[in-house]
Design a protein around this ligand. Structure first.
Ligand code: FAD
Length: 285
């Protein structure tokens, strides 16, 4: 199914998983999917290794198996920063022939250490390329706290509007820990005339290292309420995990109550945490 059609019927609840590293055993992801399957998410998206490139065969295989083995809609992520148009077409042909209907069109992060060698500068160019050559439902990324490379929120929204007009059907946000960022962003998108569904990306933060990495990478603001949780429980992993789950449930409850189009849970391939969150919110969605 195309993800845009699901939003017409309900508040969407979806999951993100990542493929095992190339040298790791592929079977671990199937244990994870098996355990996630009784959540019956509206779709599962599968990330594509940072830096993009041609090595996304695990992404495609997993996204394809989600459709064929679990009878669940899947989304294959595709970062374009290192792809030529020919390579992008080869990957998209493979996604299509694998029975996947949805592509998350991304630029990808610009690497610090290597030259970028592809035909695409930004995600909007990949969106245009896909729209002109394929019949995929196109998903794209957006940033309630502004993309770290943007000079201003206004520039970021202008770029997002252009990207959506190139053919995006649905947006998923970067994680955020203060819902006010999402509400301000949603209002700005409405003012700009961006009318596609926007799913809120929620990451349950259950260890201190993970959040330090996220803050550095994505520029996510840590609200005082969250800092107090971290300070109080940083040396107690079980308490920090439970507090992180409770925090995510609180965020989701507020977002659903305030009419968010959907919730995209960054599972970090942890079915236990995904289940705890889903069990707490399933009657709301
Ligand atoms: P773009 O939309 O191209 O935006 C990047 C920056 O360029 C922004 O500052 C924007 O304002 C600006 N911009 C956009 N268009 C133009 C233009 N035409 N001219 C000038 N400036 C412009 N990365 C991976 O490697 N693999 C993944 O699987 C992955 N999954 C993700 C899933 C989600 C939901 C999100 C939010 C991010 C994901 N990322 C992933 C990270 C993503 O690749 C990075 O955040 C990257 O830095 C930006 O990608 P983008 O597609 O948003 O880029």
């Amino acid at each position: 199914m195309k993800t845009a059609d699901i939003f017409k019927k309900k508040t969407v609840f979806s999951l993100e998983v990542f493929p095992p590293k190339p040298d790791a055993n592929e079977s671990v992801i199937y244990d994870t999917l098996e355990q996630l399957s009784d959540i019956r998410p509206d779709f599962i998206s599968v990330t594509y290794g940072a830096g993009g490139g041609k090595n996304g065969s695990r992404t495609i295989k997993i996204a394809s198996d989600i459709v064929s083995k679990y009878n669940t809609t899947s989304v294959a992520h595709l970062p374009c920063i290192n792809l030529t148009k020919k390579q992008a077409a080869e990957i998209l042909d493979s996604i299509k022939s694998s029975g996947i209907e949805n592509v998350l069109a991304l630029r990808g992060d610009i690497p610090n250490d290597t030259e970028v060698s592809g035909d695409f500068s930004h995600a909007d160019e990949l969106v245009t390329f896909i729209r002109e050559n394929y019949d995929f439902n196109i998903v794209a990324a957006c940033y309630p706290e502004v993309h770290p490379e943007s000079n201003s929120a206004v520039d970021d929204i202008k770029n997002l509007k252009n990207k959506v007009e190139c053919g995006v059907d649905h947006l998923i946000t970067q994680l955020f820990l203060d819902n006010r960022h999402f509400y301000n962003f949603r209002e700005n998108t409405q003012l700009a005339g961006i009318n596609v569904p926007i799913e809120a990306g929620i990451m349950p933060v259950t260890n201190k290292k993970q959040i330090e990495r996220m803050v550095k990478l994505c520029g996510v603001e840590l609200p005082n309420k969250f800092i107090r949780v971290l300070e109080r429980y940083e040396n107690d992993p079980v308490a920090l995990r439970d507090a992180g789950i409770a925090y995510a449930v609180d965020q989701i409850t507020d977002l659903v109550t305030e009419g968010a189009d959907g919730i995209h849970l960054y599972t970090m391939n942890n079915p236990y945490i995904a289940h705890r969150i889903y069990d707490a919110v399933q009657s709301l969605i």
